[in-house]
Write a new protein. Sequence first.
Length: 653
Amino acid sequence: MCAALTSACLFLLAIEPEALWLSEKLAESELLAKDTLIAGSSKLSPDPRLVFVGIDQTTYADVIAPEEAAENPALAKLTNSFPWSRDLWADVIQRLGDAGAKAIVLDLLFASPGSGDDQLRAALDKYADRVVVGANFTDAERGEGKTTSIVYPTESVLNLKDERAPWADDRIGFVNFFTYTNAARHDIDDVIRRAVFRVTGEKGLPPGATIESLASRAIKRLGVNEVVPSDGRPRLFRFVGKPGNGFQPIPLYTIFLPSHWTNNFDGGRFFSGKIVLIGPAANILHDDHPTPFRVRMLGPEIHLNAMSAALRGEFLGESSHRMNLVLVAGLGGLSFLLAITVRSPLRRLFVAAGCIAAYLGVCWFGVNHLNFVLVAVTPLIALSSSTVAGFTYDFVLLRMEKNRTRRTLERYVSKDVVREILDNPDTFLNSLGGVRMPVTTLFSDVRGFTTMTEGADPAQLVTQLNEYFNEMVAIVFNQNGSLDKFIGDAVMALWGSIESTSEGVRRDAQRAVTAALAMRKSLARLNINWKQRGMNELAFGIGINHGEVIVGNLGSDQKMDRTVIGDAVNLASRLEGLTKEYKLDLLLGEAMAPLVRGRFILRTVDSVQVKGKTKPVRVFTVVADAEAGEQIPPWMTRYEEGLEFYRSRKFAE
C-alpha cells in the first residue's frame, strides 16, 4: 500500500500540471510551500548600488512651497497633476547624470507623443550610455486567438539606433519581462518569484532576436555583465524584504530641493556610480504584482529585487524534476521501512513526525544556507500518506486478526464470551498468571467408548463423534459456558472461569445444570437419528461440581493452555465416573445443591467417600426443572425422608 501511494505521487509529479486537476492543485501547493520558504528565509540588506526614486504622489503641490517652485522649474512642473510634461524627465536625467549615476532607469512607458518630448529625446541622446527606458509586451484579441505585440517608446522620445531592430537598442528594457514572456511562464499561479533577464525567439520578434529586461540593461550599465544570466531560464531569486520594506523610495521632488541635494545627497555624490531607478512608489499606474509574501509588490521594487539578486548572487537553485522523483521515492521508501521495522503504532507515529520535521528542517537549511530550494509538499505527502496507509493497513490486519481470533475462540466459548474477552482483554489477561475463582465445572463422557472403537469403522466413528461434539458444544455455548478441552470422547466445560462473563456463582451453576439437561435431550434425538442410519447409540455420564479453583495458563514452553485445577475440578470428574455406579446420567456435587435448589428439583443419591476427601460427599441428581413447570414426583418426599432416617440409623421408623 505504501508503494502504491508513493507511485501515485511519482505519477502526479511526472505528468504536466495542465494534464490533471489534482496535479495542478499539487503544483499550487508546492508553489505555496516554496513561497513560504522564500518569504521566511534570511533577509538581506538592500544593495547600496541600487537607489529607488519614487513617484509617490500624483502632484506635489501640497509639499512644494510656492517660492521653491518659483525658483526651480522642475519643482514647478511637479506641482501639476500626473502625468507631468516629459521635459520633467529630461530634468531628472540631467540631474542624476550630472551627479554621476551609472544607470538612470525610467520604469515608465512613453508609448505615444506628448508635451516635452523634444527635451526628453535630447536628454536620452546625451546620456545614451547611461539611460534605460521601458517597453512592454501586450496581448490583443484577434480572431480566435491572441496576438503578441511590443510597445516601444514613441519615435518622438527615442531616436532608435536601428529602426529595423528596436529591441536591440541597449536603452530599451522590457518592464513586464518577468511575468509576460513565454519563457517566464514557468509557474501556474502568476506569482512573481522568478526573473528572466534575456530570451531569444519570443513571440512578436523576428526569429533569433534576443531581448533583455529592464534589470539586465541596468546591470550592464555598471559594467558587470558577467552577473547577468546569459540564458533564458527563469531564475528563482531571494527578495530583500516584504513589499515596502526592502528598497525605501526617495520622493522624486526631493532631488530638486537644494537643501536635500546638499544635505541628504551630499551634493549629488550619493548617486554617483549607482543604478537609479525612477518609477511609481504608489499604485498610481496599477503596476503591482503578487509575490511570495502573498502581498502585492510594485513593479519597480520587483525590478530592484531582481537586480539585487543578480548583483549579490542570490539566485536560488531548485531541485530538478529527477531529484523530485528521487525525494518522493526516498521518503515513500522510508515510510515503507518504518512500516516493516517499527511495529508500535505510537512509536511509528513519532518517528514519522520526526522525519517530517527533519525534512522541513533540511528545506529551511537549504534555502537559508545553501541558496537551494527543495520540493516540499509531494515528498511529505508521500511520507505522511504512506504512514497513514501503513496505519490503515495495520488496522485492517488487526481487524482481520481479531476476526480470526474471534472465529477461533468461538470454537471454544460462546459468542458472548468471545465478545467479552475481546472487549475486556485486560481482565482476561490478568487471569492468565493464576487466580482463584469460584467456578462450576462440567465433565461429560461417552460410556463404553473404548469398547465401541474396537472393530468400528474409523470414518463412521469420527463422523458420529463430531456430530455428538457439535451438539454438546453448541449447548455449552448457548448457556454462556466455555469449552475448556476435549479429553478423548470427554468434554470439559466451565462457567465463571472468565470473570467478565460470569453472571454470579448461582447463575453460573444453574446454567451448567440447564446445559446438562439439554445435553440429555439432544443425545436422545441424536440416538434416534443414528439408529435410523444403522449406527450405534451412545450413552453418557455427566458430573457437575462447584468450588474455588485456580485459573491460569498451564503447560510447557512449547505449548500452554488456559485451564483450571483444584479439588472442585477433580470432584466433578469423579462424579462423572460415579454415574456408572449409580446407573444415572447426571450427578451434582454437594456444593451445587444450595446454588440450584429451587430452580431444579434435586434428589439425594448418596454420600460417597471420594479419593482425596476425608469426609463423605453428598451427591445429587436432577429430577425435574421447576422453572419449566415440571412437578415434584409424589414419591420424592417419602424417598428423602426415608433416606434421612437411614442415615440417622432410625431403622424402626
